[in-house]
Write a protein that binds this ligand. Structure first.
Ligand code: NAD
Length: 395
């Protein structure tokens, strides 16, 4: 079939197999162009490993440090009539590249929140690797089935303090409009914490620990975001921010159990991913941010961010440098005073009429399409392609 993008709001329902493979290869090439990682973990489990920050967290230790990796994700399989989701093709391409480089890679496509997937992963670790040195927790999900009660929890992206109105970018129409979001109920806040907070991270670590699948001195990291004041009502002070606070509390609880520095929350930069494009207000902020950071030569994607996480934090002789709340801050360039001062300046003036001049919306759109394998150099998008691409380790 010939595969072209089919965009519905903030998702694209098709993905290009060769395009996704080219996207993964670009990231591998970037990592190989960097110095090899010092103190690299050799056996790494990544939960949420097929797209965005999690995919980068699989590529960096594998191709920068020669690590064996196990990846867990929840992706749509292809049929002969329908393409898979992008994360499926990314994982197929990752495994092919890992095999070529002689690196162990095993993948699990299933619900990471379930006990079954945890047990399957633990069995693979015990059989193939013995233990893991690092667990990266990079899930972004709109729902979670509680593994004990079977109850379904849904996360939402709402303010918690009161009604919030701000500028929003309608990415379909390329128009800036006002968006008003009513505050979450107490139940919606609790549900979002259940889905995106630290409970499942803790369940993973406890299950791995109970099975002696964690190496002495193991490390675990989960990702968070803070961003500028303009997005605080919807992010940091919103339902998702409450969940991220719970993630930090979970890290503290794990450190009390396993020793200081074992569990860390890394605050990452705002980037175009499938998860972030669903958050109101954020796509406009990202479009403005990209323009400013590119002009200053500070722009990074997931792969550059995660390379810095491993090279400059985990690779540093004294381990990661932490902020006053015990977090890693690879959002440091985004949060630089000069960058944020420019954001504040353009935020009030940006309108539909001057969006091309003041923002990098073109870059945003390009990056969004690339998530699904479209717009990659060297890929013939007019050519017939086979949607059926196996992920070898899934069998
Ligand atoms: P993403 O949508 O690109 O990736 C999500 C991953 O989770 C995918 O691999 C997906 O398959 C997997 N997943 C979802 N539900 C699952 C389930 N039930 N079982 C197994 N796997 C499942 O998201 P992302 O933007 O890379 O986000 C990853 C983390 O990084 C999140 O915690 C997010 O809050 C954080 N973060 C993102 C940004 C950003 O701007 N994108 C910034 C800072 C922090």
């Amino acid at each position: 079939m010939i595969v072209s993008p089919k965009i519905r709001g903030f998702i694209c329902t098709t993905a290009h197999p060769e395009g996704c493979a080219a996207h993964v290869q670009e990231q591998i090439d970037y990592v190989k162009s960097q110095p090899p990682l010092a103190n690299a973990p050799k056996r790494v489990l990544v939960v949420g490993s097929s797209t965005g920050y999690g995919l980068a967290s699989r590529i960096v230790p594998a191709f920068g440090g020669g690590a064996a990796t196990i990846g867990v994700f929840f992706e749509k399989e292809p049929t002969d009539k329908k393409t898979a989701s992008a994360g499926w093709y990314n994982s197929a391409a990752f495994e092919a590249a890992a095999a070529q480089a002689g690196l162990y890679a095993k993948s699990f496509n299933g619900d990471a929140f379930s006990n079954e997937v945890k047990q399957q992963v633990i069995a693979a670790i015990q059989a193939d690797l013995g233990q893991v040195d690092m667990v990266v927790y990079s899930l972004a999900s709109p729902r979670r089935v509680d593994p004990v009660t079977g109850e379904v929890y849904k996360s939402c992206l709402k303010p918690t303090g009161g009604t919030y109105t701000n500028k929003n970018l309608n990415t379909d129409k390329k128009e800036i409009e006002a968006v008003t979001i009513e505050p979450a109920t107490a139940e919606e806040i609790a549900h979002t914490i259940k889905v995106m907070g630290g409970e499942d991270w803790q369940l993973w670590i406890d299950a791995l620990s109970a099975a002696s699948a964690l190496a002495p001195g193991f490390k675990t990291v989960a990702y968070s975001y803070i961003g500028p004041a303009v997005t605080w009502p919807i992010y940091t002070d919103g339902t998702i921010g409450r969940a991220k606070l719970h993630l930090e509390e979970t890290a503290a609880a794990m450190n009390a159990k396993f020793g200081p520095g074992t569990a860390v929350v890394s605050v990452n930069k705002a980037l175009v991913t499938q998860a972030s494009s669903a958050i109101p207000v954020v796509p406009l902020y990202i479009s403005l941010l990209y323009k400013i950071m590119k002009a200053k030569g500070l722009h990074e994607g997931c792969i550059e961010q995660i390379t810095r996480l491993f090279a400059q934090h985990y690779g540093a002789p004294g381990g990661p440098q932490l902020d006053e709340k015990g977090r890693i801050r690879i959002d440091d360039w985004e949060m630089r005073e000069d960058v944020q001062a420019e954001i504040t300046k353009v935020w009030d003036t940006v309108t539909t009429a001057n969006i091309d001049e003041l923002s990098d919306f073109a870059g945003y759109q390009q990056e969004f399409l690339r998530l699904f394998g479209f717009g990659l150099a060297g890929v013939d998008y007019e050519a017939e392609t086979d949607p059926l691409r196996p992920i070898p380790s899934l069998g």
